[in-house]
Design a protein around this ligand. Structure first.
Ligand code: HEM
Length: 286
């Protein structure tokens, strides 16, 4: 019995096939560039997904940095709706980023060892886009520029980000302009230094959250909405760090890292950090 199999590229309703140069899809997406950036260093068939997952995460870091920079810029103009929309998008993106741990979350030490030596001294610790994310969160550190001295564009971008106010700095300036008692020393702090939690900032959040249910508390509700959007971001960053930690523990136990750190013991300390610290501690005072 013969079947007439319809050619999807035939007939008057079919998509266009005829382009003079490269397809408009290619011109926009640059899929040909993107899908030829995979150069595994070992013969191991499992290395491809390790490399691509890392590249996918770099792309998510890039989008998330874009959203947080959009939010920071909007807050500078006191445009809360634009800032909240960007933060909201970033939480969807963070969820996708975190979901991309799945292919690496179940590696056995032998599977990881099959290509680990090919990585040499390469480590995610050297990811400049991840540092951009941390800088936007207020986790500034000039020494994180050092690994990038040999790459001028990367170094310049990171140096610029080091000296710009973080997303959290912009949040606090915005709250101050709305009349919240954010202390002067926080508003005039050296933004190239790591943000240190301040009891009066904690009090600003605690107060807004305490008055959340007040009938008249319109401003407080806005502050709480912003606080909750930031809390969601903070929680998802914490989840990324902890998923990374567990994947690492499964893949290599307590061996030292390819980047030269103590490995899991070092990552445990990093994963224990609280993003936007006062948003967490304020909750004890509500
Ligand atoms: C199972 C796979 C992985 C293992 C075993 C692993 C292991 C490690 C270790 C041991 C460190 C500490 C620094 C060092 O000495 O190297 C580290 C840091 C880091 N890794 Fe991974 N990693 C894995 C996958 C990934 C992936 C897919 C990414 C995505 C880009 C990534 C991003 C990072 C980042 C950003 C740091 C620095 C963290 C910080 O500064 O707090 N890692 N990794």
């Amino acid at each position: 019995m013969s079947h007439d199999v319809e050619d999807p590229a035939a007939g008057s309703q079919a998509p266009n096939l005829d382009f003079k140069g490269t397809t408009p899809y290619e011109d926009y997406v640059q899929a040909d560039v993107l899908t030829h950036l995979q150069h595994p260093l070992s013969e191991d068939p499992g290395e491809m997904v390790f490399l691509v997952t890392t590249q996918v995460m770099e792309l998510w870091f890039t989008v998330i940095v874009h959203e947080w920079e959009t939010a920071a810029k909007a807050l500078r103009k006191d445009d809360l709706p634009v800032a909240l929309a960007a933060l909201k998008r970033s939480t969807y993106e963070l969820r996708s980023l975190n979901a991309s741990w799945e292919p690496l979350a179940h590696l056995t030490p032998a599977q990881f060892n099959s290509y680990r030596s090919a990585l040499g001294e390469g480590s995610g610790f050297q990811s400049a886009m991840y540092r951009r994310m941390e800088f936007l969160l207020g986790e500034k550190s000039a020494s994180m520029l050092v690994p990038h001295r040999g790459a001028p564009r990367v170094h310049d971008e990171l140096e610029k980000a080091l000296h710009e106010p973080s997303l959290y700095d912009e949040v606090l300036h915005h709250l101050a302009r709305r009349g919240e008692p954010v202390p002067q020393e926080v508003l005039t702090r050296d933004v190239s230094q790591a943000y240190r939690p301040h009891p009066e900032v904690e009090a600003v959040w605690a107060d807004a959250y305490a008055r959340e249910a007040d009938e008249a508390g319109g401003e407080e509700k806005e502050t709480v909405r912003l606080g909750e959007a930031l809390t969601e971001v903070a929680e998802l960053v914490w989840r990324w760090r902890n998923d990374h930690l567990v994947a690492t523990r499964r893949a290599m136990g307590s061996k030292v890292g390819t980047g030269g750190s103590a490995g899991v013991a070092w990552l445990e300390k990093r994963a224990a950090k609280n993003v936007f610290p006062e948003l967490w501690t304020a909750r004890s005072h509500v």
